[in-house]
Structure formats: structure tokens, C-alpha cells
Design a protein around this ligand. Structure first.
Ligand SMILES: [Zn+2]
Length: 160
């Protein structure tokens, strides 16, 4: 059995006047992440971890922010495309472990829906999609609510 591990990290600014998409879920908040797509930092980190596990480059390589096709795109579609890149190479996801770093709002009430959204796209059980969140105790750009970061680790297993 062949296993591959990948990690991903993503950063976005938080600004007023944007919808706040996180983990495939719309979060009620006064600010949202700035980006070419819907700027879903958690899904982008998971995409990068999946691509990294198979040495396929990064999300910017596959979905350049200069490409108008990806303007405002739902990042669940990017996640699905990354999943197809994995499955066409005969790999399946074993599990995902992700952490969101942000000061506000409280993310805990939304975590189950994020797990369901991600598991739905990737044909996983929610027990295989760990989503955690932490603040930075008011330190740095995250603590000042200027930005949001997500990291993800993904384990892939090759089919028989
Ligand atoms: Zn991103």
C-alpha cells in the first residue's frame, strides 16, 4: 500500500463588504476574505495539501488568479477539481486535519457544517475531516482581524 502526505497553508486579508466563505460555508460576519475567487482560505489550504501530496504544484498553478474563469468562483469547485486530479491518479484521501487561525468570529458553531461540506465534495465521512480553529491571543495581523490563515494536512492512499 502506497501512502503520500501533503500540507497546505493559505492567507487572505479580511475586509469589510465581502461575504465570508470558510470551509465551504457562508459565515455571518462584518468582514469577509479578499481574493479573486470566493477566497475560502480553508478550502484553498486543503487543495494545496492534496496537490502537494502528489507533487502537483499549488493551487495558483492550476487556477491562476489572472484567469477570469475563476473570478468569484465557489472554492468547492476548485476542491472538486483537485479531488479529480487525485482520483485520476488512483489515489483516495485517508483523512484531513486542518486548523484555521483567526480572531473573530467564533468558529465552533460552524465547524460541523464545514466538515459536512468538505466531506461531501471529497466523498469522505465527517470523521475523516478534522477542522479546528484557534485565535492568536490578539497578536499579529490575525489578532488585529486584518487577515485569516488556514493550514491543512492530507494523507492519501493509492488504490489496489
Ligand atoms: Zn486562497
Amino acid at each position: 500500500m502506497s501512502y503520500r502526505i501533503g500540507q497546505g497553508i493559505d492567507f487572505h486579508q479580511l475586509v469589510e463588504g465581502r461575504e465570508f466563505w470558510l470551509g465551504g460555508v457562508l459565515i455571518p460576519h462584518s468582514k469577509g476574505a479578499l481574493g479573486h475567487s470566493d477566497a475560502d482560505v480553508l478550502l484553498h489550504a486543503i487543495c494545496d495539501a492534496m496537490l502537494g501530496a502528489l507533487c502537483l504544484g499549488d493551487i495558483g498553478h492550476h487556477f491562476p488568479d489572472t484567469d477570469q474563469r475563476y473570478k468569484g468562483i465557489d472554492s468547492k469547485l476548485l476542491l472538486k477539481k483537485c479531488y479529480e486530479l487525485i482520483t485520476t491518479r488512483n489515489y483516495a484521501i485517508v483523512n484531513i486535519d486542518a486548523t484555521i487561525l483567526l480572531q473573530a468570529p467564533k468558529i465552533k458553531p460552524h465547524i460541523l457544517r464545514m466538515q459536512e461540506a468538505i466531506a461531501g465534495v471529497l466523498c469522505l465521512s465527517i470523521d475523516d475531516v478534522s477542522v479546528k480553529a484557534t485565535t492568536t491571543e490578539h497578536m499579529s495581523f490575525i489578532g488585529r482581524e486584518e487577515g485569516i490563515v488556514a493550514t491543512a494536512n492530507v494523507l492519501l492512499k493509492k488504490g489496489e
